[in-house]
Design a protein around this ligand. Structure first.
Ligand SMILES: Cc1ncc(COP(=O)(O)O)c(C=O)c1O
Length: 475
């Protein structure tokens, strides 16, 4: 593509993005699509000859966009809603342009150092202690996997790096602890690391869905008595289902006493610690060995961007450093080589978009945006609490509200089916996208406010649709 063609095609793309960001609600939040519909419209083999950019772009508009679930839509309130903001998009474009592969400091000095600087800014914004070493991964799932891999290296006498874990009769059973409400990424990490799901202890929770430290303590004692080797505890600040906050200070005390690695999963809610009034949600995290916060969830940064902080970069490196000859270079001890802190050799320049976002907004504006989301969730809570046939199923400390319609005379099974039907019908209108969860086994509706364009009109509309369908759906 010539520079002139690049300019004209690029301007067209930027124009499209600008229009899209101005009004993402021009598209339905959910596409009207069945699995396989898009594939059926696409050629099964790649083109042998070049195609005009205009034709490719036209297919993007005609085929791809209508087959997209629009996370940028202000009516997107499912899972943990997020935002791809203009500053982040431009940062991504420039990262793709520079196309550095920051495996070594030498192959990406700017990418490496900007990652350290940007994560140190984020650390300060979250009120986390100095020093704390940070790296950016694709997702919280990878960050948690890496944290648990580092936890194994806290005990070099286990010789896992050298000898692995199979066919070793002398190796004790290594156990990991998290609450019943912890994200499935903890289980996946345990599976991936060969620790085995049967060695993941899912600790019971209190009425607020927070890990019961008494039960954690008991489980660790029981495991030790049985000859097991408690390896790590994963506490959650902002659980996926109801955004509960585990009692990290008490968990940290247990981990310190027992010499167990403490990893904190604050993938969603961690960003809220930017608000001075919510700084306390990360209390105790200064004593954690590692903590994950996802700027791609609630910090207005495009997917993917997950920040893993650790007090023990030496152990993260011990878990992952393995350098072939061709990557041995003489840049000295000062040089951080990002390839040493995870599975992948190559690293994208992810810090660029986060740096753009943090500078473009500034921390005061970011705090105001998050505060506004929390206030919107507060409005929704009041509307729900004001209706006798609706009930909240959990506290809403952040921007996520979990609730259900509870008309009189329905048993538990009927209530589950009734609420599932409400959700199906509301989502079927493709104006808003909501998701569900289960609270102590009961089906619950869930609204998560996190998109930069979501305002009261969208939340009000979602509530109106739910109430309409609630009164209409009959069993
Ligand atoms: C608390 C928590 N941890 C981890 C994850 C996994 O995030 P990722 O998609 O970045 O792996 C999620 C996803 O929503 C989450 O809610």
């Amino acid at each position: 593509m010539s520079a002139d063609d690049f300019r004209s095609n690029g301007y067209a793309v930027i124009d499209w993005i600008a229009e899209y960001l101005e009004n993402p609600a021009a598209w339905p939040v959910l596409p009207a699509l069945k699995p396989g519909d898009l594939r059926a419209q696409l050629p099964t083999a790649p083109p042998a000859n070049p195609e005009e950019f205009a034709a490719i772009f036209a297919d993007f508009e005609k085929l791809v966009v209508p087959a997209t679930t629009h996370w940028n839509h202000p009516g997107f309130m499912a899972y943990f809603a997020n935002s791809s903001t203009a500053a982040g998009i431009l940062g991504e474009a420039l990262a793709a342009t520079l196309n550095v592969n920051a495996m070594l400091w030498r192959t990406g000095p700017a990418a490496t150092e900007l990652e350290q600087v940007t994560l140190d800014w984020l650390r300060q914004l979250l009120g986390l202690p100095d020093p704390l070493f940070g790296t950016i991964n694709d997702t919280a799932s990878s960050s948690t996997l890496y944290a648990l891999a580092a936890a194994r290296e806290l005990h070099p006498e286990l010789r896992i790096r050298e000898e692995g874990m199979s066919a070793r009769a002398e190796l004790p059973r290594l156990t990991v602890y998290c609450s019943e409400e912890a994200h499935s990424s903890v289980a996946k990490a345990v599976m991936t690391l060969g620790l085995g799901l049967s060695n993941l202890r899912r600790i019971g929770t209190d009425a607020g869905m927070r890990m019961e430290t008494r039960l954690l303590d008991e489980a660790i004692r029981r495991d030790r008595a049985d000859g097991a080797f408690p390896l790590a505890v994963v506490a959650t600040v902002g659980t996926t289902s109801t955004t509960a906050v585990d009692p990290v200070p008490a968990i940290a005390s247990i981990c310190e006493r027992e010499k167990i690695w403490l990893h904190v999963d604050a993938a969603y809610a961690g960003s809220a610690a930017i608000l001075p009034e919510l700084r306390h949600i990360l209390d105790g995290c200064e004593r954690a060995d590692s903590i994950v916060v996802n700027p791609h969830k609630w910090l207005f940064t495009p997917v993917d961007c997950s920040a893993l902080f650790t007090r023990r970069p030496d152990l993260l490196r011990r878990a992952f450093q393995h350098t072939p000859d061709y990557l041995v270079v003489g840049d000295g001890d000062e040089a951080v080589n990002l390839m040493d802190y995870g599975v992948s050799l190559g690293r994208r320049f992810r810090a660029l978009k986060l740096w753009f976002v943090l500078r473009h907004f500034g921390s005061d504006a970011i705090a105001s945006l998050i505060r506004a989301h929390i206030a919107l969730a507060g409005c929704l809570c009041r509307w729900i609490d004001g209706e006798p046939d609706w009930e909240r199923m959990a506290d809403a400390p952040f921007s996520t509200v979990v609730f259900r319609h509870r008309p009189p005379g329905m048993d538990a099974g009927a209530l589950d089916a009734h609420n599932a039907a409400i959700l199906e019908r509301v989502n079927g209108k493709r104006e808003v996208f909501l998701s569900h969860t289960r609270v102590r086994g009961a089906y619950a509706l869930r609204i998560a406010i996190g998109n930069i364009q979501t305002d009261e009109t969208h939340v009000r509309r979602a509530w109106e649709l739910l109430r309409n369908e609630g009164s209409r759906t009959v069993y």
